[in-house]
Design a protein around this ligand. Structure first.
Ligand code: ARG
Ligand code: ASP
Length: 679
């Protein structure tokens, strides 16, 4: 260890921290085995034989799923299947409210557009690229004639390049889902919170052609036969048991400097939280007054609230840990070490300068996204604006389609109330000289941001007349309004990177910095930041001290559901069948004894390092058997995307025994369990 003081607090590789590359898990296997893992590295990942990786899929755009039978049965979260379930639902068949259980293969419901991707292989291609092969050439070679897709993704800020080859299945069908009163129990109230009682799972099946290959939907398709599927353990879990998560975490930034931490904690999060608070207050108030509005805005509210709540926990966590101060101390040690190394000596100064230069622009983009893009009409009006700019014929059909896409579940009064406040916030937070010229003129003319918005809403025809003629579109004040931001949008595109530190003017320094860190901090185990590729995290089943003298235990049970149950609170209103089952205590083989009472396990905590995208990930025990489905973190864990604190950070999983209990006792779909390997 070359660095002394700060390194100890910041970099001691704790057993639980890290999201590791599956093809290099050999390097961790000794520690994993010490913690209770019983399998070998090539059981986790192998290029040559079936391994656990073959049982894990990327589900839809941003979740993980896992095979639990030899016939393509797939588990993921209810919140990951939500969009599909909603799409298949109608007023007569409301699967969100009532749940759904296919009684036979014929009743499994194809979800148009839903895909799952299996990783065929991953490979470090840094050397191949250095030797003169092109990325395009490598990817073509890997995908020629086999229908696979390939991508090359940088890790360690471009110091290494990883090739990923996927096989994507396009015929995926809904097999079963509990009602939302189980799958989303606790709603936004309990989101990011422990104790938790959400049965956050849904079941799909992947279909293939007769050769087991991907195919478009067809009645002739047959269940996909995965190379591996997970065995299910109902033996239960104890505090201290080994756990492993295998999935697709999306975005972490563990190696950024203090400037980036300050940006998130002091600039970006406070702005985003403030603006979302305004939007959520307006929506909640309207929802409280009217049932139809509550339903129409349920998904939007949940979406806005999810990150809003996460950012608050993240900012608090970064402050509590003193992440920026620790990073500053670490950087001071680094600078002292680097002083006599010409290639690194000025690195931190260069990075600091780059941040100063980029931050105002990046902030402007984030502000624009949260305020102007937070106006619900924006996308529809912008679609009209673009169409007429390009001289496209915006037929009645096209207008109908766009209205459907952008304005479903839309309420003009809510949109207006939000837009008034969002424009005011945008104007107040932007440097005057950077406001679009036409907006500045409109502000001068109408006197305030609110008045500008009122003028637009008073005079637009977008919500009242349809289809609109070319002339009316061109003259519409709402269409003109979005046109004012065309330049702003163009400029924002220059800063459209996942994180501030990925903007090229900054990222180019990180490449050198990461290299330098590995020399400076040479005993630290560096795992690459999450980037929506397959990773392994491992830890243990464990509670945590939430506050002085207040320990949160690792397991919740059905008794906690009943304690929260309240027919008058939407988030806590459980199905009658669950009440009845509780009363009868007829839990079948899923019963446990908890505190001397007959009960059913529901959710548990563990210390695995997870992030957004890990939802739906298999949670495995030391034998590689499925013990749960990951779906969340505790509120105080959310800074783990920047700093992981092993004493506090916990991921939340639904216990597989609760999943089976719900399928069997509530869904009456026990036949599904018969095709699983339940131990
Ligand atoms: N917080 C979890 C995640 O980030 C679950 C979100 C879904 N649940 C909800 N009530 N919005 O995705
Ligand atoms: N709930 C997140 C997801 O949907 C997981 C997390 O952020 O812990 O991926």
């Amino acid at each position: 260890m070359l660095c002394a003081l700060a390194c100890i607090t910041l970099t001691t590789a704790t057993a639980d921290e890290g999201m590791w590359l599956p093809n290099r898990i050999k390097e961790r296997i000794k520690e994993m085995r010490k913690m209770g893992f019983k399998l070998k590295a090539d059981d986790i990942y192998s290029d040559n034989k079936a391994s656990l990786k073959d049982a894990v899929v990327q589900f839809g755009g941003g979740c993980t799923g896992e095979f639990i039978s030899s016939e393509g049965l797939l588990l993921t979260n209810h919140h990951c299947g939500y969009g599909s379930i909603q799409m298949l639902s109608s007023v007569e068949h409301d699967y969100l409210t009532d749940g759904y259980w296919a009684k036979s293969r014929a009743e499994e419901l194809h979800v148009p557009g839903l895909t799952v991707s299996l990783l065929v292989k991953m490979e470090d291609v840094t050397d191949r690229l250095a030797a003169g092969e092109t990325a395009k050439g490598i990817m073509e070679k890997e995908t020629e004639g086999n229908g696979y897709t390939a991508e090359i993704k940088p890790i360690y800020y471009g110091n290494q390049q990883m090739l990923y080859v996927y096989r994507t299945y396009r015929d995926v069908r809904l097999v079963g889902t509990p009602p939302s009163s189980i799958g989303k129990f606790g709603g936004d109230t309990d989101n990011w919170v422990w104790p938790r009682h959400t049965g956050d799972f849904s079941i799909f099946r992947v279909y293939a052609n007769a050769e087991n290959e991907p195919a478009d939907y067809s009645e002739n398709n047959v269940p996909y036969r995965p190379a591996r599927h997970f065995e299910v353990s109902t033996k239960g879990i104890d505090e201290g048991d080994f756990t492993m998560i295998y999935g697709f975490p999306g975005n972490t930034q563990e190696y950024v400097t203090a400037d980036a931490v300050d940006y998130v904690a002091k600039m970006a999060n406070p702005m985003k939280i403030a603006l979302r608070t305004i939007r959520l207050d307006i929506i909640s108030e309207a929802q409280a007054k009217d049932v139809a509005t509550r339903i129409a805005y349920a998904a939007k509210h949940a979406n806005i609230a999810n990150a809003w709540k996460k950012w608050q926990g993240e900012s608090l966590g970064l402050e509590r840990l003193g992440t920026a101060e620790k990073k500053r101390a670490y950087e001071a040690e680094f600078a002292a070490w680097a002083a006599d190394k010409p290639q690194y000596a000025n690195l931190l100064d260069s990075m600091h300068a780059a941040y100063s230069e980029v931050i105002p622009h990046y902030f402007e983009r984030e502000l624009f996204n949260e305020s102007i893009m937070g106006m619900e009409f924006f996308n529809y009006a912008y679609w009209l604006h673009l169409g007429q700019m390009r001289g496209e014929k915006l037929t009645a059909d096209k207008q109908a389609e766009a209205r459907e896409k952008y304005l479903t579940d839309h309420n003009v009064a809510i949109d207006r109330a939000i837009s008034r406040r969002m424009l005011a916030e945008y104007v107040a937070r932007m440097p005057k000289e950077n406001l679009p010229a036409q907006l500045a003129e409109a502000l001068a003319k109408h006197g305030s941001a609110e008045a500008v918005v009122d003028n637009i809403f008073d005079n637009t025809l977008l919500f009242t007349e349809y289809p609109l003629t070319k002339e009316k579109i061109a003259a519409d004040p709402m269409v003109q309004f979005v046109g004012w931001f065309a330049d702003a949008l163009l400029k924002n595109r220059d800063y459209a990177y996942r994180n501030l530190s990925n903007v090229p003017a900054i990222e180019k320094w990180y490449r050198t910095y990461m290299k330098a860190l590995r020399e400076f901090d040479n005993e630290r185990a560096f795992y690459p930041d999450a980037n929506f590729t397959l990773r392994v995290a491992y830890g243990t089943v464990t509670g945590y001290e939430n506050a002085d003298g207040e320990y949160h235990t690792h397991l919740t049970t059905i008794d906690g559901i009943i304690a929260k149950d309240n027919p008058n609170i939407y988030d806590y209103d459980i199905p009658q069948s669950l009440r009845d089952t509780y009363k009868s205590k007829d839990y079948g083989r899923w019963a446990i004894t908890q505190n001397g009472k007959k009960s059913v396990p529901v959710c548990f905590l563990a210390s695995n390092h997870t992030s957004g995208g890990n939802s739906g990930s298999p949670v495995l025990n030391g034998k590689g058997e499925l013990i749960g489905i990951n779906f969340d973190r505790t509120w105080r864990s959310t800074m783990s995307d920047i700093e992981f604190d092993p004493t506090i950070c916990r991921n939340i999983s639904v216990d597989i025994r609760y999943v089976l209990f719900v399928i069997d006792r509530i869904g009456g779909a026990g036949y599904l369990i018969e095709e699983m390997d339940v131990k």
